[in-house]
Design a protein around this ligand. Sequence first.
Ligand SMILES: *Cc1c(COP(=O)(O)O)cnc(C)c1O
Length: 223
Amino acid sequence: MMQMTECNERLTAVQEKIAKAAKLAQRKADDVRLIAISKTRSADEIRPLLDIGHRLFGENRVQEAGAKWPDLRDAYDGVEVHLVGQLQSNKAEDAVQLFDAIHSLDRASLVKALAKAMEKHDRQVPCFIQVNIGEEPQKGGCAIGDVSGLVESARSADIEVAGLMCVPPSAVHPAPYFALLSKLAKDNGLSGLSMGMSGDFESAIKLGATYVRVGTALFGARS
Ligand SMILES: *Cc1c(COP(=O)(O)O)cnc(C)c1O
């Protein structure tokens, strides 16, 4: 019971911040969806959030999601799980079966693997093109100059492109990166924007985020 109360308070606090940021930006709070990032959390840690009605979650590893979510989906109606971590082409088939959206489509070889997996399993999984918005060598995401080409090739492979996603460089103000992602989305006729985490989701909402990915603010610090 304690756990559920604390969980409720955290969820309510995040939802209130989302509503406030949306209002300030003259946007509807409903246009911003909250993805609870449950990577590294056990099913026991996730259940309280499901018990109070939250249904949208995100994981960054295919294998971990495969171990946790089939049972949780059986136990709760209407669960949606998104992949927000890097995806290897050889796991595309598992990903297509496990997830309701993929936020990390970042290269042509993965377009191919995902298109093949979606056809094989007769299942359409909307994808966000991940952009390496800070041009950091160690980070996933396509180069800024490759966004249009990748959107084009995903579309011609019959993959539904839901929008763009980014993880801006840490330790610098993220707003210019969110603004750039927003512009890139507009230039490519895309309305979905997956951006903003625990530390910066309000800024992301101000700049057009339609999905915010929040872990720590909902579950506490990861050990
Ligand atoms: C872990 C993670 C998040 C959530 O980060 P928090 O700071 O815990 O909110 C969001 N997006 C991605 C891609 C992540 O890997």
